[in-house]
Structure formats: structure tokens, C-alpha cells
Design a protein around this ligand. Sequence first.
Ligand code: VG1
Ligand code: CO
Length: 543
Amino acid sequence: MSLQTRTTLPFPGQRPGTSGLRKKVTIFQQPGYLENFVQSVFDTLGDCTGQTLVLGGDGRYYNRVAVQTILRMAAAHGYARVLVGQGGILSTPAVSCVIRKYAAMGGIVLSASHNPGGADGDFGIKYNIANGGPAPESVTEAVYQRTTTISSYRISDGEEIDLSTPATHQLEQMVVQVIDPVADYAELMQQLFDFDAMRALFASGFRMCFDGMHAVSGPYARAILEGQLGAPEGTVINAVPLEDFGGHHPDPNPVNAAQLIAIMAADDAPDFGAASDGDGDRNMIVGRRFELTPSDSLAVLAANATLAPGYRQGLAGIARSMPTSRAADRVAAALGIPCFETPTGWKFFGNLLDAGKATLCGEESYGTGSSHIREKDGLWAVLFWLNLLAVTGKTVRQLVDEHWARFGRNYYSRHDYEAIDARAANELMASLRIKLPALAGRDLGNYVVDYADDFAYTDPVDASVSKEQGIRIVMTDGSRIVFRLSGTGTEGATLRVYLERYEADPTYHHLLTQQALAALILIAEQVAGISGWTGRARPSVIT
Ligand code: VG1
Ligand code: CO
């Protein structure tokens, strides 16, 4: 066994997006591609001698190969110890939990999250820092710069490590500790939620369906819901992680989790439904014949947070990404706590959580989380809801109806135009940017524009500035249209159009969402010329 330095040439385009570097598997399979990126991460970090690294992924195709490569590279960089999930598996929230619990220097998550997997699908890699959260832009940008000049990487030529059972191995001077991927995470959940109340709920005959989407959360959900809370076997469907997620998009929204939606719409539907994504950090909450937006989910959790033991002392603040609906802002105002508005991507919540300024965070893209870790957390959100259902004895629909009656309803929808021509997408955004200064005060349909801008964020903790984070057109009644380009896709560009309208009057709280937003949808098309630029008459996904 020996350490080697191998020469390499830079690959173009290794700039991390909203959440790490995501590319087609075939791109990652090019010799040196993964190694270059990992070496650039290690070079950016500096001295790793004696440190602990956490390593795991969502089990998608190429996960097993990448884990072995990264172990051999870590051994060549002086790490004292790598904690790696059994089988190379760790959900994104579990990585965050383990980094924090064992005071690791950081972790590497192998996932392309909600993107499809398999040999023709996507792969991804992301570095998380010592607080357990995604590296901030300053780090990801430095990594990218390093990838453009890299000329060699260091690696051990040691043997493949057996990851099939929890055990300790030696690789060069480094200890490889294969850990149970679920145990630490499950222990954290027990500290936050009322497991007795949830056990009693299941014992009373309460029925639930959790869709693991053949992704990483299946084993976590089985261990906690079926194993610890006594939910009947079969509560978790599609529970076995597969390298290609069974050919589906592991994206928990009503379009991609159609099986769960059908189960929850049936006459004999269970009381509660939920799904998570590829790497286990997203959640979709579904009531019986009732779909809930993630923005509303965040607001309801915030309004009822003190019902869960881990949040009994109340919330310091709430943070949401800019395109997320402003339902949570109304709760924050009622609670007398601040509500922060950040750019899209969980990395922007890290500083607010570390500084104790925010306790709950959420994104409209089925992401919810809290200060318990530094990633969004799918199963955590599901358990939070279960805890609320257990202690209130109410249904999802009742809790949400009561919430709207008290705070009003923020009708909300996101329209995605996926895999469109990247140049056309950029031109659409550029032409929209030019129009912004002239929009304020103008009539658009029955709306009057209050202001229109390109969202820029100054981090309240470290004063770092992030520009061009989404174009927003805000009406005088608080309704909004937001346009942004996705930073996680791997084919062409994806345009996201976010639509929001506030309705205070309970008589109008049960309209069909797309109808309630029809006037704004029309305005979005007229202002941005979406069909002209994209050649698409309608979005490919509506959530
Ligand atoms: C999307 C979502 C964003 C989320 C990101 C990563 O990014 O919109 O809210 O944080 O995915 O989530 P984008 O740039 O495509 O809009 V995950 O679960 O894919 O790590
Ligand atoms: Co994810």
C-alpha cells in the first residue's frame, strides 16, 4: 500500500450550483473527473491532518465507486478518521447530524438529490463544513477556481474497503469506521419529538403511508416509523433504495409521487401521507384527499412549534428562501419574531442558524428544517407533523384550515419549464431585467406593481453579498411573481416561475390553486414572453 501523486488536467464546468456539483453519471465516469473535484476540495480546506471526515451518499448509481475513491484520497491527505455509512449510505440530514455529533471537520455527500439516477441519470457531490451545513459560496467558489488550475491529485493505491457491515478498518494511517447510517439520526429525533404520543397514535389504529421513492429515506423511515413508533409493517412503501430509484424521479411532489397521491385520494385512504427525495432532505406532506404546499407546511409548523418537545421554548426566528410564500412571515409577525428572506439553497440558512437568529427554515421546494442540524430534513418534518397530529388529535386538513382562518391563505404555485434551451433561458431573464426599472407603479391586469427587482442578499451575519438571486415583481396587494433559473439541473436550463397571492377572506380559502392564480399566470406570460422564448405553451411540471 502506498501513496501516489497522479498528474491530471482540469475539466471545464466543475462549478457547484445550488447544492453541489451535479452532472450526468457519464461525465463523472471520465477518469480523473471525481478525483479532480475532491482534490480541489481538499486543497481549498488546507491542512486536514488528524481530522475526521464524514462520508456517505444516497445510494444512487456510482455511489459505491465514488466512496472507495474518496476513501483512498482522504487517506492521502492525512485524515485521521473517516466515518462512512454502511454500504456507503447516509442521507443528507444524517451526514449533517453525524458531522455535528462527532465534531468532524466536515463531510462529503454523494447525491444529486431529486434528480433521476441510474447509469444514464445524474450524480453529484457536495462538501459540508464543520457546522454540518453546505459549504458557503466563498468555499464553493474557491473550490471551483482550484478545479481550473489543478495538475495533480494524491491517492492511496490501497485495497477496496468492505463497507457491508459496521466495523473499523485501516487504510494507510487512516481509520475507516463503517457506521450504522440510521442510529445517530434516530437518536436525535427522539430528543426532539414526543415518541410516546406518536406511539399511542399508531396504537390507536392511525394509518400512514410513507413513500421512500426507492431512495435513501426508506431505511430511516422503516427504522423509526415501523421500528420505534409501532406503525404497521408496510407503512413505508418503495422502501428499498435502488441505484436508479426504480426508474422514477425521486422528487416528492404531487407530480412525481403520483402513487402516494393516488393512495391518499382513495376512499380508504390512510390518515396521513408523506414522501421524501433521493437524499432524504425533502418532504411532502399529504392529508387524506388533501395536498399541502411546503410553504404552508412551514407556516403551520412554526405556528404550532411549541407542541413538540424540542421546540417547547419557542422559536428565535424563521427563515425562508425568497421564492417561498410569505405565509411564514405572517406567523413570525404574530409571534413577534423575525422572518429572514434568503436566496434559494440551504447554504444560506447556515449563518442564521449558527448565530441563533432562526430556529425553523423552509423552502417552497419541499424543504423544511431547523437548528437541530444544518441541512433540510425530510423525515424530521414528517415526524414534526406526526407529533402535531398526535397531540392535537386533528387531521392535516383541520390544522391547515384553522391556520388559514387565523392567518389568511397564501395561494402558491411553482411552474417549471424544464430542459429548455440555455441561451433562450438566459435571454428571457436578461430581457426581463431590462424591463424592471419601468415596472414600478404600472398596471398589470387588475394588479399594480409595487416594486420589481433582482433579488440581492446581504448575509446579516458575515455581510457577504449574493446578487441575481431571482427576479421578483411584487404587487401592491403583496401578490408576487418570481422568475429564476435552476441551479441543480444537468440538461439545458430550467426556468422556475413562482406565483403567490394572498387571500384574507375565509369564504375564498378553498378555490382551486391554478384558478386562484390565473390572473398572475397570465401576467407572468405577458411580462416575460415565456412561450416565445422557450417554445413551450405550458410548464412541464406544476407544483
Ligand atoms: C432546487 C430547489 C432549492 C433547493 C435545491 C436543492 O434548486 O429549488 O430550493 O434548495 O434544489 O435541493 P434549483 O436551483 O434547482 O431551483 V436538493 O433536495 O436537490 O439538495
Ligand atoms: Co434533496
